[in-house]
Design a binder for this molecule. Structure first.
Ligand code: C2E
Ligand code: MG
Ligand code: MG
Length: 744
């Protein structure tokens, strides 16, 4: 290796020429042609973009020839390159050297004519690295030895592009594979071409299973497939699609057929003429659930209105937004339905719910879009008004609410009338807190209720006093029984015809050490709220039965008087009520027929099956049952027929209507008629004028109770009344006194 001959094509060609001339003789014409051919060949070699070479086989084979371009490419001259066979090995990039040398070694045994290509790096004289593509064939040289005849091309730039491409592809892969979203690509046939790890996890198909499947059959729920395919077809036809370039929320389906919500962003890509539609899909089940839970936490499930938490927050925000720190521009209206409990108790909870929903709808029509309407609890709604300039705006809203609620609601084919009491609080000072405003509105609402149904009140600081009183009363009530502060007064009921006493209603009072005698309506509702009505009711029953026995013995000439005791719904629901009654009656050895239990209509319609059972049991004990305040509740005929009730107490509003107008007395007449048809006795309540006595007698009513005959009296006063009655009876002995039919 390493002789200086044949180093350039020029010299090699000259030798060739000499040999040819020797063979052909001195033929000038041929020589000329030959020279021209040589020149052309030299031009081609010099102009070729690569380095043309001839080298002996094996990694250390002698380079017989390299074209001049080597200088431009590697910085070595052709003669330097051919002079030193190891130079090539030295200039091989250390990273490629061993592999290239080994390959050359192996290829040395290959056959002629085959093209071998390899790519490796060579270092230039100045140390720069060039990527070389080596394409060579083993050929036989003139001297019969086998040599490599090849071309070295500089492919550095192409490699750079390729590497960049590969790097970018790698980056893409990394992004796609590590993405927390599923990545799915499809081609123009709708077949899956990309499917990342997250897609495997999300949809349950492995990558190798998913690739090649139609997207439509894989992740699109069956019911959405037609619209999916339509959209895809439109896209293919027009290049536009409704979903393209957007983030959407759709349903997807897993391999197991489980549908779930996804957030989807779709974009189109085209690379080397291949069109693709790509999508990132994110399972948003949890997000949706969280959103639902959050919504639930801040909204009322029945009406979907904001709840107390959200409302309080809105009030706080509104207060913070006030134009001036103390501007009275924020108002809270608190609204409580006056008759809701009756509706709920008498028509059932489903009807109550329906009513609440309809009330919510009507209320919504009373406020502006920016105002907040909320449901705070059961039948309690609230409205937040902002940007108020004039208090009249607030009262106008309150009035409007009152008016809108006036029209009866149709619930289960019944007309239901609802009114609301409204309390209003206006944020007046800088530090006012939302809780304070709501509490003030609540206080004002109680004040409104106290004034009557369907009223509204603006909060005044002195109203707080009433609330404090109520709280104090509750505290005191707890101890009232133990401290023996309760009293029972007795109000007689009489035969309308003649006015003879036939019985009395026991009415409880509370003799408060500081406040004096408190009427039942001021504390019975508190006792009901606190559950204290059960022991209080038991005590009243005990007291009344004791007196009944006492007076019956003392005044035999009055015959067996009946004694009525009021029973709250809450008592009737108490599991031990029937036993309590039985025990008390037995304890006093009272004739059961002498005891009348007065129930309100709401007692009967709330949990009617249970009520029927209880009333039958009471009836079996032998006690009589009466419906109190008849006409004010929602009981229907069917209820009345179902229950073993003997007495109907006509509410005093019907009695006071008597004589006012024909229309109003006709209602009283109808009630009395109804009672007669049902075989019930009637007691007219609240008779306080002689004219009413006459009117009732004319309508066929038999019994009455009211201030006209006697106010409710303490037991000693009542005993005195009986004393007088007994004296009268001794003069005119009574006929048998039991309840008779209304129009007997
Ligand atoms: P009620 O059972 O309808 O009792 C009749 C009420 O009407 C009594 O009021 C009585 O004083 C009043 N009244 C009687 N005659 C007249 C009249 O001519 N004109 C007017 N304006 N009123 C008259 P009171 O004693 O204040 O009782 C109110 C309600 O308190 C009772 O209505 C009853 O529902 C309830 N209540 C009273 N005591 C008890 C009790 O021991 N237990 C239960 N659960 N409730 C009771
Ligand atoms: Mg009563
Ligand atoms: Mg009554």
């Amino acid at each position: 290796m390493g002789t200086a001959t044949s180093r350039t094509p020029g010299r090699a060609l000259a030798a060739l020429r000499r040999r040819a001339l020797r063979r052909l003789g001195r033929d000038d014409a041929f020589a000329g042609r030959l020279r021209r051919t040589e020149e052309r060949l030299e031009t081609i070699v010099a102009g070729a973009p690569g380095i043309i070479y001839i080298s002996e086989l094996g990694p250390r084979g002698r380079w017989r020839y390299v074209s001049p371009r080597i200088e431009e490419m590697l910085g070595f001259t052709a003669s330097e390159w051919t002079a030193e066979p190891d130079l090539w090995i030295r200039q091989l990039h250390p990273g490629d050297r061993d592999a290239v040398v080994a390959e050359k070694e192996e290829l040395a045994s290959h056959t002629t004519g085959e093209l071998h290509e390899s790519e490796y790096r060579l270092l230039t004289r100045s140390g720069d690295c060039r990527w070389i593509r080596d394409a060579a064939t083993i050929v036989a040289a003139d001297d019969g030895t086998l040599v490599w005849s090849g071309v070295l091309n500089d492919i550095t730039e192409r490699r750079a592009v390729e590497e960049e491409l590969k790097a970018s592809e790698d980056r893409f892969r990394t992004v796609v594979e590590t993405a927390s979203d599923a990545f799915v690509s499809m081609d123009a046939n709708g077949l899956i071409v990309e499917w990342n790890r997250m897609a495997e996890e999300t949809f349950g198909w492995r990558r190798d299973e998913a690739i090649g499947l139609p997207v439509a059959d894989t992740i699109v729920p069956e019911r959405y497939r037609p619209s999916h395919l339509r959209g895809f077809e439109t896209f293919l036809r027009t290049g536009h699609g409704p979903a393209l370039g957007r983030t959407l929320e759709l349903s997807a389906v897993t391999r197991d057929g489980v549908e779930f919500p996804v957030e989807l962003s779709i974009w189109e890509s085209a690379s080397q003429g291949v069109q693709r539609i790509n999508a990132f899909l994110r399972d948003i089940t949890e997000r949706k659930e969280l959103a639902a839970v959050t919504h639930q936490a801040f909204h009322d499930a029945l009406t979907n209105l904001p709840n107390r938490v959200l409302f309080t927050d809105r009030v706080a925000q509104a207060l913070a937004r006030r134009p001036a720190p103390a501007a009275p521009s924020v108002a809270v209206l608190l609204l409580d339905l006056d008759d809701f409990k009756t509706v709920n108790d008498s028509l059932g909870h489903a009807a109550g719910d329906q009513l609440l929903v309809e009330v919510a709808t009507r209320l919504a029509s009373c406020v502006r879009p920016g105002d907040t309407l909320a449901r705070l609890a059961g039948d309690e709604f609230s409205v937040l008004l902002e940007g108020i300039e004039d208090l009249n705006e607030v009262t106008r809203v309150a009035r409007r609410i009152g008016e809108r609620l006036e029209k009866p609601f149709e619930i289960e084919a019944m007309e239901v009338v609802v009114r609301a009491s409204i309390g209003i609080a206006v944020g007046r000072h800088a530090e006012v807190r939302p809780e304070e405003m709501m509490r003030d509105a609540d206080v004002a609402m109680y004040a409104a209720k106290a004034r009557g149904k369907g009223e509204f009140e603006l909060f005044q600081p002195q109203m707080r006093h009433a609330v404090v009183t109520r709280m104090e009363l509750k505290g005191d009530l707890r101890r009232a029984l133990d401290r023996d502060e309760l009293r029972v007064h007795y109000q007689p009921y009489v035969l309308l015809d003649g006015g003879r006493v036939v019985g009395a209603e026991a009415l409880v009072r509370w003799e408060h050490p500081e406040r004096g005698l408190i009427p039942p309506l001021d504390f019975i509702p508190l006792a009901e709220e606190m559950g204290l009505i059960v022991p209080i009711g038991r005590w009243v029953l005990h007291e009344a039965c004791g007196r009944a026995v006492e007076w019956t013995r003392r005044f035999p000439e009055l015959g067996p008087l009946t004694f009525s005791v009021n029973v709250s719904a809450r008592q009737l629901q108490d599991g031990s009520f029937v036993d309590d009654v039985a025990t008390v009656v037995a304890q006093h050895d009272l004739e059961p027929k002498q005891l009348v239990l007065e129930l309100t209509e709401s007692c009967l319609v709330e949990d009617p099956d249970n009520a029927v059972k209880r009333l039958r049991e009471l009836n079996d004990l032998g006690v009589s049952l009466a419906i109190d305040d008849f006409g004010t509740g929602y009981s229907s005929l069917s209820y009345l027929q179902r229950y073993p009730i003997e007495i109907l107490k006509v509410h005093r509003s019907f009695v006071s209507a008597l004589g006012r107008s024909a229309d109003e007395s006709s209602m009283t007449r109808a009630i009395l008629q109804l009672a007669e048809n049902l075989g019930m006795a009637t007691i007219a309540e609240g008779v306080d004028e002689p004219a009413q006595v006459a009117a009732l007698l004319e309508l066929g009513c038999v019994y009455a109770q009211g201030f006209h005959f006697s106010r409710p009296l303490p037991h000693d006063a009542f005993a005195a009344l009986l004393e007088r009655e007994a004296a009268l009876a001794r003069a005119v002995p009574p006929s048998v006194v039991t309840f008779r039919r209304a129009a007997g």
